[in-house]
Design a protein around this ligand. Sequence first.
Ligand SMILES: Cc1cc2nc3c(=O)[nH]c(=O)nc-3n(C[C@H](O)[C@H](O)[C@H](O)COP(=O)(O)OP(=O)(O)OC[C@H]3O[C@@H](n4cnc5c(N)ncnc54)[C@H](O)[C@@H]3O)c2cc1C
Length: 377
Amino acid sequence: MGKPRIVVLGAGFGGLELTTLLSEQMGDSIDVTLIDKSDSFMFGFSKLDVMFGHAEADAVRMPYSNYAKPGVQLLKRTITAIDPVARRVTTDDGVFDADYLVVALGAEYDFDATPGLAGTNEFYSIPGAIALRDVLPNFTSGHALIGVCGAPYKCPPAPSECALMLHDYLVQRGVRDNCQISLVLPLSSPVPPSPETSRALLEAFAERGIEFIPSRRVASVDNARNVAVLDDGREMAFDLFLGVPKHRVPPVVLESGMSENGWIPVNPRTLETKYENVYAVGDGAATGTPKAGVFAEGAAKAVASALVARLRQSGEAVQYNGFGTCYIEFGAGRIGKVEVDFFSGPQPTGSYYEPSTALRGDKEHFGSSRRARWFGL
Ligand SMILES: Cc1cc2nc3c(=O)[nH]c(=O)nc-3n(C[C@H](O)[C@H](O)[C@H](O)COP(=O)(O)OP(=O)(O)OC[C@H]3O[C@@H](n4cnc5c(N)ncnc54)[C@H](O)[C@@H]3O)c2cc1C
């Protein structure tokens, strides 16, 4: 019998951590194929740094050519079809059969769900963040509207971070007094599992004159009139629109029949799908936990432990604990932190840590430790 074939779709937070763990624990006793259409990986938070000119896109890209792990082959392919029953994956260059299949293809943006959004700016994709570097310098007066078009969306604090970073950016350019900033969010508070974090963000908004509109989403954008229409019909005129598109799994997952209402149903503790020996981790999986890199990593740990236990026929799988730490840009170089725990109690809970410049070091370590672990950089 040949080596067990594990095929992991998507080399993002989830896929990179899963394959790294498998390599560490099983080495080349297994045959792992990791497939991604891109040349490189980028942290989600780097998009905020790129849009505000704090980092060059090339400096924060981690090329997949630097990923080298025993037992793992990383291939650049675009996945065009997934058959979860046969565990067969079709790509633009070859077909891959798996004994164990893990879908870690993340979330993508559904521009068609919000009429007019495609004609304006968004900061959740790499091209969108890069394009904003040419747009933001021309904004010197008027109303900036940060508008989220649907929940769930990646990294729940990121739109709040964008508002605070935009404030700093406009202050530094000496134009803040000529500008208004509003944030429309389809959540009841900036970080619902942590009332303390939400309160701190609301105070930061109030201190800076940022208008916060909770429990609403942007339903459409009229680019001819520069007006965003909210889901209650309210019209908001803007001079600069910074959108967060509605999210869902990539089209290839939709077409595979694995998703329901935009996401892949899984057992939230084991990440098993309803298909035998097929798992889903990260943003695409409906676990009830936030769509953030730390949570994708936690899910990857659970799946790695399950696969190792099965392949060795010994040991026990650890369950996904639904716990994660998020760093939050509060502006002026200060970083806050929230630890959220989704599974321990009947309700999600959060612990809040006051923003400080010292926590910037922790956030930098969060990035540099993954960069070193996955890419040796
Ligand atoms: C502005 C912003 C700020 C953020 N800040 C944070 C933060 O501070 N902390 C945090 O933990 N998270 C943060 N996130 C969220 C984080 O980036 C995601 O939650 C995380 O990347 C999800 O990991 P994943 O493995 O599920 O998917 P991804 O990392 O998105 O990886 C999916 C991979 O699948 C590949 N793929 C998709 N379709 C195909 C196909 N058809 N063929 C081949 N390959 C394909 C993609 O190229 C991609 O590499 C932020 C996100 C944004 C947008």
